[in-house]
Design a protein around this ligand. Structure first.
Ligand code: ZN
Length: 275
C-alpha cells in the first residue's frame, strides 16, 4: 500500500491512479495526511477495502507525505561505508540528532542553495505507525507504518560551526525532502536489504544497500524507544551511505541549477532541483 499527499489531501496510490481517502471511506478518516496515523491499525483495515481510483496520479501534485511529525530523528554514521569515508570509528550507540520538522519538504520541491557547502545524503526514512515505548528489536518492524525516501540535505559549514550543531545545519528550510509516498512494509520483499542511491545531474554519487546499516531499522526502534516513546507519525532518517559531497576529493557541493535525484528499491524516486 502506498500513501501519499496530493495537494494537501491524504490519498492511496493505486497504479497510475489515486484514491482520495476521505472520499473513499465516507469520512471515517479525514483529508489530513497525518490523520492516517491517529489510528494506524484501523486505517490499514479501511484502506484494504479501497480498490478504485478517484483520479489520475499527477507527480507535480505530490507533497510531503508526512508533513507534520511530532518528532524527527536522524542518525549519523550509520553505514559502515560512510563511517569509513568520514574516517570515524563505528558508534556504539546511534549518533542521533533531529531535523526540525519545519525543515521537511515535498518529494519534488526545490532546494534553495545557501552558501557553498550544501551536501546531499540519500536516506531510508521510517515512519512510526503505533506508539513504540521500550520495544524489543524483534518487535521493531511491527511499529513501523512504512518507509519512504529522504534527503538529509546538509549545510556543512553551519553543521560544524560552533563545534558541531548537526540539528541546525541540517534544518535549513526545505532541507528535508521526503516521499514520493509511504510504502507499507508488507509491500517489500526484504525491508532490511534495499538498494538506495542518488545522482547529481544524472551522475550517480551514492549507490549502496541498507544491509550495510550499522543499526538496522528495528534496532533503531529498540535503541530510541529505550530512551523515549516514539509516536505515530514520527519520522526517522536512518543515515546515509558513502558518497557524500564532502568526502569527495576534492569536496563537491550542490550548485543552483543542478538536479538531485534519489531512489530506493521498492519505494520509488524523488527529484529536487537546486535553486
Ligand atoms: Zn544524514
Amino acid at each position: 500500500m502506498k500513501i501519499a499527499n496530493s495537494n494537501g489531501r491524504a490519498v492511496l496510490v493505486l497504479g497510475d491512479q489515486i484514491s482520495d481517502i476521505a472520499q473513499a471511506c465516507d469520512g471515517l478518516f479525514g483529508s489530513d495526511p497525518m490523520g492516517v496515523y491517529d489510528d494506524w491499525p484501523a486505517f490499514i483495515e479501511v484502506a484494504r477495502s479501497i480498490t478504485t481510483g478517484t483520479g489520475p496520479l499527477v507527480e507535480t501534485d505530490l507533497r510531503n507525505p508526512v508533513p507534520a511529525p511530532r518528532q524527527v530523528f536522524a542518525i549519523g554514521l550509520n553505514y559502515r561505508s560512510h563511517a569509513e569515508e568520514a574516517g570515524m570509528a563505528l558508534p556504539e550507540v546511534p549518533a542521533t540528532f533531529t531535523k526540525f520538522p519545519a525543515a521537511l519538504a515535498g518529494p519534488f520541491d526545490d532546494i534553495e542553495i545557501v552558501g557553498d557547502s550544501v551536501d546531499w545524503e540519500v536516506e531510508l526514512v521510517a515512519v512510526i505507525g503505533t506508539v513504540a515505548d521500550r520495544v524489543a528489536e524483534a518487535d521493531g518492524w511491527s511499529h513501523i507504518a512504512g518507509l519512504t525516501i529522504g534527503q538529509d540535505i546538509s549545510d556543512r559549514h553551519l553543521q560544524f560551526a560552533a563545534g558541531a550543531q548537526f540539528s541546525l545545519g541540517k534544518s535549513r528550510r526545505g532541507y528535508g525532502p521526503i516521499g514520493p509516498w509511504v510504502v507499507t512494509v508488507d509491500e517489500l520483499t526484504d525491508p532490511d536489504d534495499l538498494a538506495l542511491g542518488c545522482s547529481v545531474d544524472g551522475e550517480k554519487v551514492q549507490d549502496a544497500r541498507t544491509n550495510d546499516l550499522v543499526f538496522s531499522v528495528p534496532r533503531l526502534i529498540a535503541e530510541l524507544s529505550a530512551v523515549l516513546p516514539l509516536l505515530p507519525g514520527d519520522v526517522i532518517f536512518t543515515g546515509t551511505p558513502a558518497g557524500v559531497g564532502i568526502a569527495h576529493q576534492p569536496a563537491r557541493f550542490l550548485q543552483p541549477g543542478q538536479i538531485l535525484e534519489s531512489w530506493i528499491e521498492g519505494i520509488g524516486t524523488i527529484r529536487n532541483r537546486c535553486v
